[in-house]
Design a protein around this ligand. Structure first.
Ligand code: ZN
Length: 212
């Protein structure tokens, strides 16, 4: 695609997306397995004061994909080439799907991001180094990030629970989706790969928010 055509496509897409958003449709993004690392774990895996390599921004402001990859080691199996997301966090958090958890052989709970208390232990290796995390493995609960403006426009507030109907060729209604509203967010719904595959998520897919 020429640069000019790409710009036009982008502009048309943005207009359609804005119109859909005003009607209560939300873009659905699939999050693959990934890790958020603490400063201490970055030091232990990659070396003291190592700086993670920013390669591309994510939809949420300030969040980014790093060039670094790690291997997750569970009692039954391993997952290699797992992407590291930046910036570093207070606590390391490993987000996988239920399918991934079965491969690792760990009974991971479905949790809201950040709520790692009591989650299972996992080994993580990179760069010839291995770190034993005593907790941090979870399956991220499906959720919506929403800007304050969009929340006001749709008369929704932080902590609300909604259903989201996906009209793909494998339609699904996601129930009990938690809404997280902040002026730090761009509006998007996040599901994991098991959920994305369940509704045959491909390319740009929108779901309709249903208030419950
Ligand atoms: Zn998210």
């Amino acid at each position: 695609m020429s640069e000019q055509v790409e710009k036009i496509v982008d502009l048309v897409y943005k207009k359609i997306a804005a119109k859909l958003k005003s009607l209560g449709y939300i873009e659905i993004e699939a999050s693959g397995r990934h890790v958020h690392l603490s400063r201490q774990v970055v030091d232990e895996l990659f070396g003291k004061a190592y700086v993670l390599t920013h390669i591309k921004p994510l939809s949420q402001p300030g969040q980014f994909v790093c060039a670094e990859r790690v291997t997750l080691i569970g009692p039954k199996g391993q997952l290699s080439n797992v992407v590291v997301l930046g910036p570093e966090r207070e606590q390391s958090q490993i987000e996988v799907s239920k399918t991934d958890a079965k491969i690792l052989g760990v009974d991971a709970p479905i949790k809201e991001s950040g709520k790692i208390q009591g989650t299972p232990a996992i080994k993580i290796s990179a760069n010839g180094n291995t770190v034993d995390l005593n907790q941090g493995l979870l399956i991220a609960q499906r959720h919506i990030h929403m800007s304050l403006t969009d929340a006001e426009c749709l008369a929704l507030k932080d902590g609300d629970r909604v259903d989201v109907a996906v009209s793909s060729d494998r339609p699904v209604i996601f129930k009990d989706v938690k809404l997280r509203v902040s002026d730090q967010y761009d509006t998007a719904m996040h599901v994991d790969y098991d959920e994305a595959n369940a509704c045959n998520l491909t390319g740009k897919t929108f779901g309709l928010i249903i208030k419950t």
